[in-house]
Design a protein around this ligand. Structure first.
Ligand SMILES: Cc1cc2nc3c(=O)[nH]c(=O)nc-3n(C[C@H](O)[C@H](O)[C@H](O)COP(=O)(O)O)c2cc1C
Length: 210
């Protein structure tokens, strides 16, 4: 994309489903990590559902789907999309208040992202990877260094929601914490105050061996 051209307006995601689906206990009981994926795209509705579970709004915007210390909301959610029906391959940022995706940079950047993961090739062909990042200043501004701890705790809340919603949708994911931060930062075009925490490749899982 021409760097001078304005970014397109955010893409509104399908409204998230707020009830029904697999029961919470069934999702908890079946949760596990998936590292191999079928070569089929995920739907935009499923991607939107996962993003909403990570940080979306509930109760008419008074709460989010995950708790936040003092409502400081230090987490951001990005997507490296490659094979999502109805979504051009690109890097996007989830816009919580609009339940939409804002374009960060165009093109399929999954190979670059997985170059950052010390060749954890099992996830290289996932249709999309959801990335949780932290803007620690939002939490440390109120809580000092304890805000860093709180931010990491919040990533755990969001990550478990991603696991459970993926399970309920018949999708698989794995929490990837081992990656070269500078490479991920470059793929996502992050400012210096934003730090990648967790990668969640998502896709329709291949049956796990055994
Ligand atoms: C903080 C954290 C970091 C992790 N990092 C990785 C990773 O870099 N690569 C990976 O394949 N799995 C990673 N995992 C997933 C664990 O390996 C996985 O949860 C564990 O093997 C248990 O398997 P299960 O999730 O299927 O129960 C991570 C999990 C956590 C909680």
């Amino acid at each position: 994309m021409d760097r001078e051209s304005p970014l397109p307006p955010p893409l509104r995601l399908p409204d998230p489903r707020r009830s029904g689906g697999l029961s919470l206990l069934d999702a908890i009981n079946s949760r596990h990590s998936s590292r191999t994926f079928q070569g089929v795209p995920v739907s935009l509705a499923d991607l939107g559902q996962l993003l909403w579970c990570a940080q979306g709004l509930v109760a008419e915007g008074r709460h989010r789907t995950t708790p936040s210390a003092g409502q400081t909301y230090p987490l951001e959610v990005l997507v490296v999309a490659g094979a999502v029906n109805g979504l051009a391959p690109a890097v996007y940022r989830y816009v919580v208040c609009e339940h939409s995706l804002a374009l960060v940079s165009e093109g399929d950047q999954r190979a670059d992202l997985y170059a950052a993961t010390m060749a954890q090739a099992e996830a290289a062909d996932a249709p999309a990877t959801i990335v949780l990042t932290a803007v620690y200043d939002r939490a440390t501004g109120r809580y000092g260094t304890r805000g860093i701890t709180y931010t990491l705790m919040e990533a755990g809340h969001a990550g478990q929601n991603l696991y459970l919603q993926a399970t309920a949708l018949g999708l698989g994911t794995v929490a990837v914490g081992a990656f070269r931060e500078e490479v991920v930062r470059s793929v996502l075009n992050l400012n210096a105050d934003e730090h990648p925490l967790y990668l969640f490749p998502v896709g329709r899982p291949l049956p796990s061996p055994g």
